[in-house]
Design a protein around this ligand. Structure first.
Ligand code: AMP
Ligand code: ZN
Length: 664
């Protein structure tokens, strides 16, 4: 097998495994084997760039940046749907359409997925373009972002037509949405409100590698084009599946509106078990011939009708409002409700978000309120049942002082939330910060849990994370539920954490907006906390992926005397506050601010060694040539397309010897 055949075989295999995993939910190889094959393909593609393919499975990780999305006119307009809310509405619809077409009418019933609509164009089995709905006539081209969604096939299989559009919905399943929110809460950011807005926001992110990190899915429901040789909607769904698209299996044929109603009744309950949000069902005339006869109104097809589920709502009584204090000092009001069953779970609490929300709802203790459950983990309060309001009820006065430390709260211009400014004295903030410090992704301290942290703080044994390292077994034993052995484990766990590498310590100290990834970037760039704390805002912004918000937050952190004392103490206790010595050996700044593309086959040094040399000397690696590329290091067999691009952009090409001279 020659190289090209090898590459194509790997691409084909990876496509099949992607399809098994993301479309059929039925992987047949281990993640490890998949990753190995992907890496093999990546390295072959790098060595032989002449076999570049814009739809290769290696391009799923994204990387392309779009500053301005191009506006594209839809070849076929993207219509909206008419809505119905009752059986009568549907019977009226049936009466209307029966006057316009001959013969029996069959229906395809589908779920109505709640996300962002998308139109995909395929030519000769390749994904050519992905465009948002926009105003229905024209939308934004978001192809680079859509390509990162693994359930979107980049190449089709089977007997697909040479050219067609297919429409569907980009959704963010609950599981991934909740995970994203956990991560946001970890870095002190507000969680996203719901999966739908997060999905549609994702499509317009400028950095496609950010989109690649989001667990989005694409569910398809409509094929459009000329001479497709498909007779019914139901068959078209099967066809789409056979070409490699993800089409949920819930779709069903119905021979009458009665059968449509059975479908609706079934899914009105069952939708609670679906992994993603649905807000109704869509009923479509099955015969495409009849669809053509019926045509469109100005806004929507006459041959389809949405039926909206009533969001499941219950009413219950608001017993009290409590106020949570986060580790950043942010106050979140929480409604404590008379427990009530909603969508299969018992609801006791609901978030009220902030003071404005309370004012908007005019919600008062003792009120009867309507609660609804959307995609969020925490249900929300929709409105107050004013008719049931008690005469004695009092307008809710938002707290003015911290419930924990009694400090007067502040609210900055443009901020929705109130904050307790007593950063170093407020016990709940202290507890929150230390809980973050010991958490799994941070110092991962074995033998110490969140509740014990609270006990330690209230017992006055610790006031910041540095104090942990001075705790003794004797101090800990008297605490509730502590025994000799558990106290020993705790102290030992803390000691062991001194080996945790610098990048995780940097995450653990809880600088606002510095999550795991940013901490890694900073650790790699500055190599020690001393260098980082001395960096100016301008310098920080110049580091890849660090924006003004993060830079300012880092500055604020190191401006504080208290933080600096804590850091000095951590240093004394032996916590890792710089990159360890063996990592530092061989590292220089000689290639600082230079960006490299490596291509071809090398002789005196392997490709990976070459890349490592670039990074160890402060250079940046990039997969593709752009105007930002400083040099291309070229070995034998560099692809002709790269050569042309380099010439166009006037970028110097170095041989491996020339490169090595740069760093000695
Ligand atoms: P609306 O936004 O309420 O006008 O509803 C129309 C939208 O529903 C369409 O633009 C699609 O994005 C979306 N939709 C979700 N599921 C389906 C489906 N199975 N068939 C057609 N449209 C759907
Ligand atoms: Zn406080």
């Amino acid at each position: 097998m020659n190289i090209e055949q090898q590459i194509n075989k790997l691409r084909e295999e990876l496509r099949t495994h992607n399809h098994n995993y993301y479309v059929l939910d039925n992987p047949i190889i281990s993640d490890f084997n998949f990753d190995t094959k992907l890496k093999d393909l990546q390295s072959l593609e790098e060595q032989y760039p002449e076999f570049y393919d814009a739809n290769s499975p290696t391009l799923r990780v994204g990387g392309e940046i779009t500053k301005n999305f191009k506006t594209v006119v839809h070849e076929y307009r993207m219509y909206s749907l008419d809505n119905s809310y009752s059986k009568d509405d549907l019977l009226d619809w049936e009466t209307r359409i029966k006057k316009l077409v001959d013969g029996e009418i069959q229906y395809t019933c589908e779920l109505k997925y709640d996300g962002a609509s998308i139109s995909l164009t395929y030519e000769n089995g390749n994904l050519i373009r992905a465009v948002t709905r926009g105003d229905g006539v024209q939308g934004d081209e978001v192809t680079a972002n859509i390509k990162t969604i693994k359930s979107v096939p980049l190449k089709l299989k089977g007997d697909y037509p040479p050219k067609f559009d297919i429409r569907g919905e980009i959704v963010l399943p609950f599981e991934g949405f909740n995970k994203m929110n956990e991560e946001r809460i970890e870095i002190g950011e507000e969680p996203y409100r719901n999966p739908r807005n997060t999905a549609s926001g994702s499509l317009k992110l400028q950095d496609s590698s950010e989109v690649a990190k989001r667990p989005l899915e694409c569910l398809l429901y409509n094929i459009i084009g000329e001479r497709l040789a498909i007779e019914t909607q139901f068959k078209s769904l099967d066809k789409a599946r056979s070409w490699g698209f993800k089409v949920p299996k819930a779709a069903q044929l119905a021979n009458s509106i009665e059968e449509v109603f059975e479908f609706i009744n079934y899914w009105d309950v069952k939708r609670n078990d679906l992994p993603y949000e649905t807000d109704g069902v869509v009923i479509k005339v099955n015969s495409l011939f009849q669809q053509d006869e019926l045509g469109y109104t100005a806004k929507a097809p006459r041959w389809a009708m949405a039926y909206k589920f009533k969001a499941e709502q219950v009413s219950t009584v608001l017993n009290s409002i409590s106020y949570q204090v986060g580790r950043t000092g942010a106050i979140t009001p929480v409604a404590n409700l008379e427990p009530v069953e909603l969508a299969g779970t018992i609801v006791k609490r609901a978030s009220l978000h902030n003071a404005d929300q309370i004012e908007k709802l005019d919600i008062r203790v003792g009120d009867t309120v309507f609660v609804e459950k959307g995609g969020e983990i925490i249900p929300k309060i929709i409105s107050v049942d004013i008719n049931k309001r008690l005469e004695t009820s009092q307008v809710t006065k938002y707290i003015t002082h911290c419930p924990e430390c009694m400090t007067e709260l502040v609210r900055q211009e443009g901020d929705a939330k109130h904050y307790c400014p007593n950063f170093y004295g407020c016990k709940l903030q202290i507890i929150g910060r230390i809980q973050h410090f010991i958490s799994r992704k941070a110092m991962d301290i074995e033998g110490l849990g969140g509740e014990t942290v609270a006990l330690l703080v209230y017992a006055g044994l610790i006031l910041d994370y540095a104090d942990l390292y001075e705790l003794t077994k004797e101090q800990v034993i008297p605490l509730e539920r502590m025994a000799e052995k558990s106290a020993e484990n705790l102290v030992n766990g803390i000691k062991v954490s001194k080996q945790i590498p610098f990048e995780r310590v940097l995450y653990a100290i809880g600088v606002r907006y510095v999550g795991e990834t940013v901490a890694k970037k900073l650790a790699k760039h500055y190599k020690s906390i001393d260098k980082l704390s001395n960096a100016s805002i301008e310098e920080l912004i110049n580091v890849d992926e660090i924006g003004v918000k993060i830079a300012e937050s880092i500055h604020l952190y190191f401006d504080s005397e208290k933080n600096n004392i804590a850091i000095e103490r951590l240093k004394r206790f032996g916590v890792q506050l710089k990159i360890s010595a063996d990592k530092l050996a061989n590292q220089t700044e000689k290639l600082k601010n230079l960006s490299f593309v490596v291509s071809g086959v090398f002789h005196s040094i392997s490709r990976n060694e070459l890349k490592k040399l670039i990074e160890d000397n402060g250079g940046k690696l990039s997969g593709s040539i752009s105007s930002k590329t400083s040099y291309i290091v070229a070995g034998d067999k560099m692809g002709p397309s790269k050569k042309i691009k380099a010439e166009q952009l006037n970028i110097s090409i170095l041989t491996e010897d020339e490169f090595l001279k740069l760093i000695i």
